[in-house]
Design a protein around this ligand. Structure first.
Ligand SMILES: [Zn+2]
Length: 227
């Protein structure tokens, strides 16, 4: 042991070691995003290789700490050491975790019950459900709805009817159903084609009213003409 660092010091300074690690990550060549989740730093990595790069840089910068930490915690594996320092819940892979371009928080995109985010292809970014549901974010919500306009392959997943009204959309009178039962065979593609046939400059979006494993009921909302 060199430079007067004792094991006792080390166990008392887990927080400081984590800060050193976060600094290494921020300066690292690895393909990582340092985001935020529940007010704590959250690291989004692309592959295990990122962890190897980070740990190599950490070892180069803080060799004493690196060796001592491994000894003290009986760890010989770099990936385990990374996990131990940053925390098991504080990192994830970019196929499961994303960073919202609006609130800059990390979120998991794995949820089978509801849509977690909107991929805004036009601006090459993702916006989380939380931001889309927040009525303060009027511009984002309008952009989101605009991305659905006249697209029979997607439906609004974030904005409730009263939100649509306040954003200038009005519900059309017809209700549609598609599902396993006889007669429930409304096809969004045909519906959209008909609507645009009657009103070529119209802006229409689909809204799902109800969904279960056997059927889906939906409506069309039309953007009101600008006054
Ligand atoms: Zn967000």
């Amino acid at each position: 042991m060199k430079e007067g660092i004792t094991m006792k010091d080390l166990t008392m300074t887990d927080k400081i070691i984590k800060e050193m690690m976060m600094r290494t990550i921020n300066e690292s060549q690895a393909d990582v995003t340092v985001s935020v989740m529940n007010d704590e730093p959250f690291i989004i990595i692309t592959s295990w290789n990122d962890i190897d790069i980070i740990m190599n840089e950490f070892k180069n910068q803080y060799e004493n700490i690196y060796n001592l930490y491994q000894k003290e915690n009986d760890i010989t594996d770099d990936q385990k050491m990374f996990e131990s320092i940053v925390g098991y819940d504080s990192y994830g892979f970019d196929d499961e975790y994303m960073e919202c371009a609006n609130c800059n928080n990390a979120f998991s995109n794995q949820n089978y019950h509801y849509a977690t985010h909107w991929t805004d292809y036009e601006n090459g970014q993702v916006i989380c459900r939380h931001c889309l549901e927040n009525k303060e974010n009027k511009e984002i919500r309008l952009d989101y709805l605009e991305s659905l306009v006249n697209n029979p392959n997607s439906a609004n997943a974030f904005i409730p009817p009263w939100g649509l009204i306040s954003l200038g959309y009005k519900q059309m009178p017809d209700l549609y159903e598609s599902g396993l039962h006889r007669g429930m065979n409304d096809d969004p593609k045909k519906i959209m084609k008909e609507l645009l046939g009657k009103n070529p400059s119209g802006k229409f979006i689909f809204q799902i009213n109800n969904m279960n494993p056997f059927q889906i009921s939906f409506a069309v909302w039309k953007k009101e003409e600008d006054q």
